[in-house]
Ligand binder design. Structure first.
Ligand SMILES: [Zn+2]
Length: 117
């Protein structure tokens, strides 16, 4: 499964960050998933606990922030959100558009439990 390998990469990254901060555990991870990233939210949410099992990220809360797809229209020079899988301008319906947002798949933040200093 595509999402499982993504989740494993994410967990590896989190583990590196947690190690460099001497964290005891990972409390929460916020991940941004764009509508055109090709990542399926449900599948990713399902895969994450499996990927985190046995790592410092085990039991971490996963929060997902979905980003809509945004296009820039060359026909009417405006920006709009697209809801469907067809990339068309929300203003004039033109297909002369470029995707400007919505391909993201990234970690927004990681909250760690660190020992008292
Ligand atoms: Zn337009």
């Amino acid at each position: 499964m595509h999402e499982l390998s993504l989740a494993q990469e994410l967990v590896e990254h989190i583990a590196r960050v947690a190690k460099s901060e001497n964290a005891l555990r990972v409390e929460r991870v916020v991940v941004v998933i764009g509508r055109y990233s090709g990542v399926e939210r449900e599948a990713f949410e399902f895969a994450f606990p499996f990927a985190a099992e046995g790592t410092i990220a085990e039991g971490a809360e996963l929060l997902i922030e979905e980003r809509p797809a945004t296009v820039w229209c060359r026909n009417c020079n405006s920006s709009s959100h697209v809801a469907s899988t067809h990339l068309t301008c929300g203003n004039c319906g033109s297909t002369e558009v470029a995707l400007t947002d919505g391909r993201e798949f990234m970690i927004q933040s990681i909250q760690l439990e660190v020992p008292d200093r």
